[in-house]
Ligand binder design. Structure first.
Ligand code: SF4
Length: 150
């Protein structure tokens, strides 16, 4: 999404699933906050996964969701930051950790998925169905394969 002016687009930031980063993007967010990437991951990100790519399970980084305090404690008490997303994670609405006062506070360095999705037809034409998540998951698989080959 180009900015936070479209209420429909920011639904993902408030009630949906925060976007996925591509490999290499988390370092830019860490620079933005002037913290090491490991600290950012431990405090603000979650390790998500694409169910079709079991090899890449829990290796896709994304901003963590903050859950509504009215949720049952067995869900809301689980500390998710820096951890692997549980299977139910995508199903429960939550606010992105970087969404504050109606805007994305990391707009200039936000995840690739956030940048590439929106409610207009041009977004849907460019990334039909689940193709955007497929693409990002594929980039993470390539990244880990290259790392393992070193
Ligand atoms: S990173 Fe920004 S655009 Fe992406 S979900 Fe979070 S608040 Fe929304």
């Amino acid at each position: 999404m180009p900015d936070c002016s479209c209420e429909k687009c920011v639904e993902a930031c408030v009630y949906g699933n925060p976007g996925w980063f591509l490999p290499g993007q988390v370092e830019k967010v860490a620079d933005f906050f002037d913290v090491p990437p490991e600290v950012l991951i431990e405090n603000r990100l979650i390790k998500d996964y694409w169910p079709k790519h079991l090899i890449g399970r829990c290796d896709i980084l994304s901003p963590v969701k903050i859950f509504d305090s009215s949720l049952p404690s067995e869900i809301s008490d689980i500390a998710l930051e820096g951890k692997c997303a549980p299977p139910w994670y995508a199903l429960i609405p939550g606010r992105c950790t970087f969404f504050f006062a109606g805007v994305c506070t990391i707009h200039s360095v936000k995840p690739f998925e956030c940048r590439e999705q929106g409610c207009g037809p041009e977004f849907k034409q460019k990334w039909p169905g689940h193709s955007l998540r497929e693409y990002i998951a594929g980039e993470w698989l390539k990244y880990y394969a290259a790392k393992a080959a070193k």
